[in-house]
Write a protein that binds this ligand. Structure first.
Ligand code: NDP
Length: 251
């Protein structure tokens, strides 16, 4: 039980990578806090976590709404008195080309969700993380490392590029305080992310031709998150861990 009595706050803990990460931390003895908007999905994750570990604290919140990040940190500290690990995982995909009339509206939604909220939560959780000598895992993407050849996806790529940069910058700022900050950059993972973006097919229905001939399940991303968040990774900060079945080998 490598995370016994540790407090792990996971945004986007209601679905996909965040949900798998919540279950994995619960199995290792952690007190997990899951944040999301979909109550049914949050309840499903509570059930799964409770089978393997402690019942998680579930906070229904939209991280982009004013005051919600403050409430998330406040309720976490009230329940568990500390934060050891922050997993900035919540995120979404939306499509807009520069020539589209909705480009700025989409920009605001993507940047608020994938970047601004993560910076805000990091800022608010920092005092507790400094006290606990904890660490942060930022779930970015391989998007910053590929050619911007899909114009529909540039805003997503932009948000993740900025987020990965932020992650390294925060690692440098927090290192003197004993807080590690690392990035996990997945390639395609079988989750609801495309359905949530209004695409009526799953990630695995896309002809991705990944070199390893497979796509990842959320549990594989959870495994690497747990390793980096754990004591065995004591020397790891400012790093970026690609997990993409060889996707980047094609670029
Ligand atoms: P899902 O769509 O399955 O999960 C996204 C999660 O983010 C959900 O729990 C959702 O909560 C939460 N979320 C989104 N917006 C908000 C918001 N405004 N307030 C609170 N919670 C929010 O996708 P994934 O699990 O795939 O995505 C997790 C992360 O992994 C994202 O950052 C994504 O960019 C990244 N990623 C995913 C890849 C993939 O192929 N799946 C590849 C590379 C990176 P709810 O549904 O309850 O609103």
């Amino acid at each position: 039980m490598s995370f016994l009595d540790k407090v792990v706050l996971i945004t986007g803990g209601s679905s996909g990578i965040g949900a798998a990460t919540a279950v994995a931390f619960s199995r290792e003895g952690a007190n997990v806090v899951i944040v999301g908007r979909n109550e049914k999905k949050l309840n499903d994750v509570i059930e799964k976590c409770t089978v393997v570990g402690n019942k998680p604290l579930s906070i229904k919140a939209d991280i982009t709404h004013e005051g919600e990040a403050e409430r998330i940190v406040k309720e976490t500290i009230e329940a568990f008195q500390k934060i050891d690990v922050l997993v900035n995982n919540a995120g979404l995909v939306r499509f807009a080309k520069v020539l589209d009339s909705h480009v700025l509206e989409t920009y605001d939604l993507i940047m608020n969700t994938n970047l601004r909220s993560q910076i805000k939560l990091t800022h608010l959780a920092a005092p507790s993380l400094i006290e606990s000598k904890g660490n942060i895992i930022n779930v970015s993407s391989i998007a910053p490392k590929i050619k911007p050849s899909n114009p529909e996806m540039i805003l997503y790529g932009l948000s993740k590029t900025a987020f990965s940069y932020f992650s390294r910058a925060a690692a440098a700022e927090f290192a003197p305080h004993g807080v590690r900050v690392n990035t996990v950059s997945p390639g395609p993972v079988e989750t609801d992310i495309m359905y949530n973006a209004g695409v009526n097919k799953s990630v695995s229905d896309t002809d991705l031709k990944l070199p390893l001939g497979r796509i990842s399940q959320p549990e594989e991303i959870a495994d690497i998150i747990l390793y980096i968040a754990g004591d065995k990774a004591i020397a790891i900060t400012g790093s970026d861990h690609t997990i993409d079945n060889g996707f980047l080998l094609k670029f």
